[in-house]
Design a protein around this ligand. Structure first.
Ligand SMILES: NC(=O)c1ccc[n+]([C@@H]2O[C@H](COP(=O)([O-])OP(=O)(O)OC[C@H]3O[C@@H](n4cnc5c(N)ncnc54)[C@H](OP(=O)(O)O)[C@@H]3O)[C@@H](O)[C@H]2O)c1
Length: 291
């Protein structure tokens, strides 16, 4: 079987074109979309993520307000910045890059962001709305997974999806998205205490790997013929043949899994780029429905 490649890189380009039009319409209507990006500390990986988000926002015509704060920032100072952004009517979305440096309470910050500006969809009230089937925003990585399937014509309704991972960022919200009315998958959520994992994945029409446990641990013998496999995992693996000294790989062993699949996401270039795109979609949603 030749697997269809679900390319996040390609879909992102299409969605960015659509979003540019929407951003222009909002600007013409007097509500130019704006995303505030809060970054505390000097962690290089966080700086790279944030830079990529700001660049993507620029490409689609979303302005950004950058709040880059030093490592020495106190909880009170950070809360002050969030309060300022909550009160600013020109700011539609607020993203606080995680993890925060030691000593800062990320959960408290997440709860302080105005839910109407919570474009990461981490606030308990937004998670609650999602669980009730009436979401204000869609959680970014799960929405990216869903878009990769729906925009490529992958059938989901009535299918059995097995999700490996139950985190608050990926596995759990994805289970809500896939099982909600209108999407209609039957979902099994697996975690580190799930016995007989292979028996479950081999029954799955759709396998979503989101553990970050070990590179390429989901192998061909774990999926059935014709399955759709989505790889959310992201690992840096040493590779002397690369200039950087490493390559990026996922939870899925592509070489053994792809020949059995009807569709599969590559790593890199699959789910990764979609997460930022969905963050920008949420920012446009916020700009259409200001706080
Ligand atoms: N592409 C993107 O944009 C994007 C975005 C977010 C995350 N990621 C990547 O996705 C991966 C997961 O991220 P995360 O934030 O969800 O990680 P996380 O919070 O560490 O959660 C990992 C989940 O995997 C489960 N797990 C661990 N070992 C397992 C096993 N042997 N079998 C089944 N489940 C197992 C854990 O189970 P327990 O709950 O029992 O511990 C946990 O629920 C990471 O590689 C991360 O880098 C990518």
């Amino acid at each position: 079987m030749t697997a269809r490649i679900l390319s996040g890189k390609e879909l992102t380009a299409t969605l960015e074109t659509e979003m540019r039009g929407e951003a222009e319409r909002l600007e013409a209507a007097g509500s130019p979309p704006c995303l505030a990006v809060v970054l505390v500390g000097a962690d290089p990986a966080s700086h790279t993520y944030v830079r990529n988000k700001i660049k993507a926002a620029e490409r689609v015509g979303i302005a950004s307000v950058d709040k880059f704060l030093p490592d020495s920032t106190t909880q009170k100072e950070l809360e002050g910045v969030i309060a300022e952004l909550n009160a600013d009517p020109a700011v539609h979305g607020i993203l606080c890059q995680l993890p925060l440096p030691k000593g800062l309470d990320a959960e408290r910050i997440t709860r302080l962001i105005d839910p109407a500006k919570d474009v990461d969809c981490f606030h308990p009230s937004n998670v609650g709305l999602l669980a009730m089937g009436t979401p204000r925003f869609l959680p970014c990585t799960p929405a990216g997974v869903l878009a990769l399937m729906t925009r490529n014509g992958v059938a989901i309704s009535g299918k059995h999806a097995v999700i490996l991972g139950r985190s608050n960022i990926v596995g759990r919200p994805l289970s809500l998205l896939l099982s909600r009315k209108g999407t209609d998958a039957t979902v099994t959520v697996c975690h580190s205490r799930t016995p007989n994992l292979k028996e479950l994945t081999r029954q799955a029409d759709i396998v979503v790997a989101a553990t970050g446990m070990t590179p390429e641990w989901v192998t061909g013998d774990m999926v059935k013929e014709g399955a759709v496999v989505i790889d959310v995992g992201m690992h840096r693996v040493e590779d002397a043949s690369k200039k950087s000294g490493f390559r990026i790989t996922g939870d899925v062993h592509y070489e053994s899994v792809a020949p059995k699949c009807s569709a599969i996401t590559p790593v890199p270039g699959g789910v990764g780029p979609m997460t930022i795109t969905m963050l920008l979609q949420n920012t446009l949603t916020a700009a259409r429905n200001p706080a």
